[in-house]
Design a protein around this ligand. Structure first.
Ligand SMILES: [Zn+2]
Length: 386
């Protein structure tokens, strides 16, 4: 059924509209119109939702996430399916499941995605993000050594066959041997390339940007820190306006002062909020088994037995709230960093990321505390409590 949403504060990439109507038809955003004079002619033909002054935001898009609320990409296709369901209820209407290179995990994600194409209320899988295998073992973080390899064309071919055109984002370390050839091959396949888990220096990072790397995976984490005589990949990325940076704003991965530095050099057009969340996210403090390793969640921080940060306990909406708490960005900017900017960075902005005519009608209703009061996915009401 066609829907008409009135009395909403509609969050667009640039500003918040208070005097417009949002029309939805056949799963797409049909139009955003000034309230008068259209309302009287439209209200007779469609179901009207009175949003009562709530915000309406585009559904959030997480391009780097491994798990949430007890489910993750390493626990079989059923778990990936349940992950998609619980992500939708958290306001993330599309996501890119992220894993280190592990064949069975890739098969499981593909199997789960095939099931999602049925008519079920779930967050949509846009493709797969592989962190590796062509990363630097010296910056592996929690990625198992067995999932890290030197580039060779046969292995890349195998990965491309295995991922069946669903690989849309790959994190690589540009300082590793033959990375120029790797970047060339990935570009040919239109796979977006991120630098991450890397020790690339300033020059190597800049070189990789010229070759085709377009974003940085969890900036600052699993990279060489900034040194005033060895600026490294972080500085190269911050100083290059064409490079987008993924950041984890959970208050643990990046200090708010450093976040401020990022915003001095970047804008909501190239800062991508990600969660890098793991299965402990959204659960009680305690120990959890994750991909054969034990992790501990305590006060919003997820660490391994050796105390290494192991993903986050964030929701993407939580990251938006943290941006507003830690920095001076506006609500429209914070939402953009969790919607349009990530969608654009992986080439999905024709369908996702903003409330724009012709895009998928994925949207969330939020109150002033940014709590979810309703979710619409592909034009269908999933929950609504106005
Ligand atoms: Zn990582």
């Amino acid at each position: 059924m066609d829907l008409l949403i009135k009395n909403a504060r509609i969050i667009t990439p640039d500003k918040i509209l208070t005097d417009h109507l949002l029309c939805i038809s056949r799963g797409k955003i049909k139009d955003i119109l000034l309230k008068k004079p259209y309302y009287s002619q439209l209200k007779r033909t469609v179901k009207t939702i009175d949003a009562g002054g709530l915000y309406v935001s585009p559904g959030l898009v997480d391009i780097h996430i491994q798990g949430f609320k007890g489910e993750d990409v390493w626990s079989g296709p059923e778990s990936v399916f349940r992950l998609s369901r619980s992500l939708l209820s958290s306001g993330t209407t599309s996501f890119v499941p992220t894993t280190h290179f592990h064949e069975q995990t890739i098969r499981d994600i593909i199997q789960a995605r095939a099931r999602l194409e049925e008519d079920t209320p779930v967050s949509e899988i846009l493709g797969i993000h592989l962190e590796g295998p062509f990363i630097n073992p010296l910056k592996k973080g929690m990625i198992p050594l067995s999932s890290i390899q030197r580039y060779n064309p046969r292995l890349l071919d195998n990965i491309l066959k295995l991922t069946q055109d669903q690989l849309i984002l790959m994190t690589i370390a540009p300082e590793m041997p033959n990375s120029a050839e790797l970047i060339k091959q990935l570009k040919k396949k239109r796979i977006v390339i991120a630098a991450g888990h890397t020790k690339a220096d300033f020059e190597q990072a800049n070189q990789s940007f010229k070759q085709g790397v377009s974003q940085i995976t969890h900036l600052f984490n699993a990279m060489e820190p900034i040194h005033h005589r060895k600026p490294g990949g972080i500085m190269a990325a911050l100083l290059n306006p064409g490079i987008s940076v993924q950041i984890i704003v959970d208050g643990h991965h990046i200090h708010p002062a450093v976040l401020q530095l990022v915003l001095e050099l970047k804008s909501s057009d190239n800062v991508i909020l990600i969660t890098d969340a793991v299965k402990a996210a959204g659960l009680k403090d305690g120990y959890y088994k994750m991909s054969g390793q034990t992790i501990c969640l305590k006060k919003g921080k997820v660490v391994s037995k050796r105390g290494i940060l192991s993903g986050s306990a964030l929701s993407l909406l939580g990251a938006v709230k943290n941006m507003l708490k830690f920095t001076h960005v506006s609500l429209a900017e914070a939402i953009k960093m969790a919607t349009l900017t990530p969608a654009r960075s992986i080439g999905f902005d024709r369908r996702k990321g903003s409330l724009t005519k012709g895009k998928d009608a994925d949207l969330i209703f939020l109150n002033d505390k940014l709590q979810i009061r309703g979710i619409i996915k592909n034009g269908k009401i999933i929950t609504l409590s106005l």
